[in-house]
Design a protein. Structure first.
Length: 184
């Protein structure tokens, strides 16, 4: 399915408090907390990354999703990208096909995601190795309205990708190449 994605990320401090507020505001739980493993693929010359585009294979308990996103642009404080997605039954097989075609995995990131619907917004609460984030995706007016109701302003909006956020943290901490949870 092709669409134009309009989204912002926000840092979430109190995850449980935020979930309680969303519920009291009428947000509907679409998918309870689930683990996601995401792999970005590119050609050996990293042409997708250089152009600002991305190709991602996401694996979760319900199957997988292949996503292509064009280079993002910032409009009125939100990131706007053309996006094409398709659900797949077997993300592992899809990854093997991409690699057979010459694409290489170039970044991997993990998170626990809880997904809600609020009016015409898709809301995701993402617990990542670099912190907890709250994504609002949908019409910009509704994004601004809900963010304000939750105590955020446009100055709080984050438009960087998880890869970019991780790379800035990793440079400071000298950590590994991928954003993964530590295995106990």
């Amino acid at each position: 399915m092709k669409k134009v994605e309009i989204e912002v990320k926000l840092r979430a401090g109190d995850l449980r408090g935020l979930e309680t507020r969303l519920s009291s505001m009428g947000a509907m739980l679409l998918h309870p907390r689930e683990f996601e493993d995401n792999r970005l693929y590119d050609f050996p010359g990293m042409t997708l990354q250089q152009s600002g585009a991305m190709l991602r294979v996401r694996t979760h308990a319900r199957g997988g999703v292949l996503t292509h996103k064009e280079k993002g642009r910032i409009m009125d404080g939100a990131k706007v990208r053309d996006e094409i997605e398709v659900e797949v039954a077997d993300a592992g097989t899809l990854s093997a096909i991409l690699e057979k075609l010459g694409l290489v995995p170039c970044f991997r990131y993990q998170k626990y995601r809880t997904t809600y619907q609020y009016q015409d917004l898709l809301l995701t609460l993402d617990e990542t190795p670099i912190g907890i984030f709250f994504e609002l995706e949908g019409p910009k007016a509704t994004i601004n309205d809900l963010a304000r109701k939750l105590g955020y302003s446009p100055a709080d909006y984050i438009t960087e990708t998880y890869r970019d956020l991780f790379l800035s943290v990793r440079k400071e901490a000298g950590e590994g190449q991928d954003m993964l949870f530590e295995v106990p």
